[in-house]
Design a protein around this ligand. Structure first.
Ligand SMILES: Nc1ncnc2c1ncn2[C@@H]1O[C@H](COP(=O)(O)OP(=O)(O)OP(=O)(O)O)[C@@H](O)[C@H]1O
Ligand SMILES: [Mg+2]
Length: 271
């Protein structure tokens, strides 16, 4: 039975062109096909999430978008331009910024220095100062700790700094790789609330990949589910959150099977 729900938004009846459109993407590690024909859309001003267990291909997908990896096949269209296979610096200049998995910051540099390095494509001082103020307005704790070495910040603050560093580039879209990873539920809530404000107040478009379906679907407008390099479900975040499969396998609302167990893949329908 075809997985009819696994279509990108625009093919599902939305006529407007999305800011980021991915079509039939395939990415390999040597002989290993990690992304197996992925198509998805991120409309401007929206938050889209890709849910998936360990090894589903989430990070590889983001790395392919940001040019760290080259796809074998498929198209990545950003703002009407094909960008697949371009160099990372060219892609960053178009306004696509990835916040990598594992909150990478420079531990021996201060918060301020980390933010300055974030603005590496910008040379206009006023613009950089303005970006820094924007970061501090969303993450006041970073302003308080601006002279502190990043390595001495808490995990949650380091994640804030990683996001803040991405914001220094004034992106048109942010690609966030598991922002909840390793954080307490409380800190995760706090960070996702800030992401929500960034979307609603600053209009920031986001593609968020997550294993934490609850917070990701609460933030997102639309969600995709990725399994072994393929998109197996696509729906509004609201409908996904209510769906039995998501409830059972991502939100832990049933006793059978641990999250990540693949038994659910054998189900024939996705509603
Ligand atoms: N450097 C690599 N060389 C070979 N295979 C890799 C490499 N990195 C990832 N893979 C494989 O590609 C697939 C997708 O990995 P990827 O890191 O994109 O998954 P993920 O969804 O981000 O997982 P996680 O939730 O653990 O971060 C996995 O099967 C993984 O083993
Ligand atoms: Mg990953």
């Amino acid at each position: 039975m075809p997985l009819t729900t696994a279509k990108p938004l625009s093919e599902a009846g939305d006529q407007t062109q999305a800011l980021l459109e991915i079509r039939n993407l395939e990415t390999f590690y040597g002989p290993i096909m990690a992304i197996r024909g992925v198509s998805l859309d991120v409309p401007e001003g929206k938050v889209v999430t890709v849910l998936g267990a360990n090894g589903a291909g989430k990070t590889t997908l983001l790395k392919t978008i940001s040019g760290i990896m080259d796809p074998e096949k498929g198209r990545i269209v950003f703002d009407g331009h094909e960008i697949q296979g371009r160099e990372p610096h060219q892609i960053v200049r178009r306004g696509i910024v990835q916040v990598p998995e594992g909150r990478e910051v420079f531990p021996l540099l201060t918060v301020d220095e980390n933010l300055s390095l974030g603005a590496y494509t910008k040379s206009n001082r006023a613009e950089i100062a303005q970006a820094r103020e924007l970061v501090f307005s969303y993450f006041p704790i970073l302003a308080e700790r601006r002279q502190q070495e990043a390595g001495t910040l808490s995990g949650g603050q380091q994640q804030m700094l990683a996001i803040g560093r991405g914001l220094m580039l004034k992106p048109r879209i942010m690609l966030l790789d598991e922002p909840s990873l390793g954080l307490s539920p409380l800190l995760t809530q706090e960070i996702f609330e800030i992401l929500r404000r960034l979307n609603q107040e600053a209009g920031m478009t986001m593609l968020v990949v997550e294993q934490n379906a609850a917070v990701a679907l609460d933030l997102a407008n639309h969600g995709y589910v990725m399994e072994l390099g393929r998109i197996v479900m696509s729906d509004t975040a609201e409908r996904l959150a209510a769906s039995e499969d998501i409830q059972r396998f991502y939100l832990g609302h049933a006793n059978e099977g641990a999250r990540g167990e693949r038994r659910w893949k054998k189900r024939k329908t996705w509603r």
